[in-house]
Design a protein around this ligand. Structure first.
Ligand code: PLP
Length: 387
């Protein structure tokens, strides 16, 4: 028994170094990284611009309380608004904290500005985090077990069913929170028209539509934000994971008129928006935009999806290949729980969700050769398993 609490089933490897799409363990062995810290290091590991920005900022100022103005916070909030929608931003430190902030903002907006009920509707299969409110919002019973009593005011409806959503939206509901593509739930894309339909239902009733883009954001799906595929703008969007390319950070992005539900004293975070995090985010976002990284990820994703679909003829156990950009799920018939461990032996980092879905979320800068390397190893692994 170690001193670290047992909250993860960890693989027997110590990763010590990374560059681009590759990481090295403590014995110097390298691995092709198809996980990217779970959709975090979208520019690849130790991207030189992000490293340099952190180095410079570390020599100037690590931390500054939000009791004072933080220039880089103001710049980043403006940049996020420029590349998404007219908004104001609250910075925090993780995805769960961003969603917790969005939930608080929705409740406060309902009670002070829109006078709607406090209930928040979420979707079955969703994942929004591990704090008490966000695990309650999450549409998977396994994350809630043993943590009762849970906060009140959440309702989960079936995934992708507009009729069920419409039925749930009575006047006790103030907001709908959903991932534009479900990540932990199994890389599930809602049916065509679902997000537009949800937008329309929320507009008709004055209900907030909040998109959790913690996993889908920052180019992961081939657009900077996944909602941009559907031309549906949310009232509130949450970000984290790739926002700082691995530096811990989160954000609640809310349109004017909603953002003002927060006022001094209603929400806060000691570390939220600290200069180091802001420096990492500014460097990440500028590389992302200047180098057209979402577009590069989209092309790599199309190549991987096409190749994985071609693999179906060799591997009948592949039931479906789905996803968008470099957020790809390969659903298999058969037990693939040991794939991440088997992958280590062949020099690749792989991730499996829901016991049967191989999730590929590599850095968006993955090259054609690296895609081919990953495909060859996956083919070998499935062949060895008789899948
Ligand atoms: C869609 C989504 N929301 C929220 C979270 C929680 O983020 P964090 O682990 O940074 O709290 C995750 C993490 O996987 C996620 O995928």
């Amino acid at each position: 028994m170690g001193y670290v609490m047992d909250t993860y089933s960890r693989l027997p490897v110590v990763i010590e170094r990374g560059h681009g799409c590759r990481v090295w363990d403590d014995s110097g062995r390298d691995y092709l990284d198809m996980v990217a810290g779970i959709a975090v290091c979208n520019l690849g590991h130790t991207h030189e611009h992000v490293v340099e920005a952190l180095r410079l900022q570390a020599g100037e100022l690590f931390h500054c309380s939000n009791l004072y103005r933080i220039r880089k916070q103001e710049t980043l909030a403006g940049l996020i608004a420029d590349v998404s929608f007219e908004s104001r931003v609250f910075f925090c430190n993780s995805g769960a904290e961003a969603n917790e902030g969005a939930i608080k903002l929705a409740r406060r907006y309902g009670s002070t500005l829109s006078k709607r009920g406090p209930k928040i509707v979420t979707l079955e299969g969703s994942f929004h985090g591990r704090t008490l409110a966000t695990l309650t919002a999450t549409g998977q019973d396994k994350v809630k077990k043993g943590f009762e009593p849970l906060p009140e005011g959440f309702l989960t409806v079936p995934f992708g069913d507009l009729g069920a959503l419409e039925k749930a939206l009575d006047d006790t509901v103030g907001a709908v929170l959903m991932e534009p593509i479900q990540g932990e739930g199994g890389v599930r894309i809602p049916p065509a028209g679902y997000l537009q339909g949800a937008r329309k239902l929320c507009d008709e009733r004055g209900i907030l539509l909040m998109f959790d883009e913690v996993q889908t954001g920052m180019g992961r799906t081939g657009e900077l934000f996944a909602y941009q595929h559907e031309k549906v703008t949310p009232d509130v969007m949450t970000l984290a994971k790739a926002l700082g390319n691995g530096f811990p950070v989160g954000a609640v992005v809310a349109r004017p008129g909603v953002a003002e539900a927060f006022s001094p004293g209603s929400h806060a975070s000691t570390f939220g928006g600290n200069p180091l995090a802001m420096a990492a985010c500014l460097a990440t976002l500028s590389v992302m935009i200047d180098e057209g990284i979402p577009q590069k990820g989209r092309e790599a994703g199309q190549y991987l999806m096409r190749s994985l679909n071609e693999m179906k003829s060799h591997h009948p156990a592949i039931r479906e290949v789905r996803g968008r950009g470099l957020m790809i799920g390969v659903e298999l018939d058969g037990d693939i729980a040991s794939l991440p461990l088997d992958g280590l032996k062949k020099g690749i980092l792989l991730n499996v969700i829901q016991g049967r879905i191989l999730r590929l979320v590599p850095p968006l800068v993955i090259s054609r050769d690296e895609c081919d390397e990953a495909l060859a190893i996956i083919h070998e692994l499935l062949k060895e398993k008789g899948l």
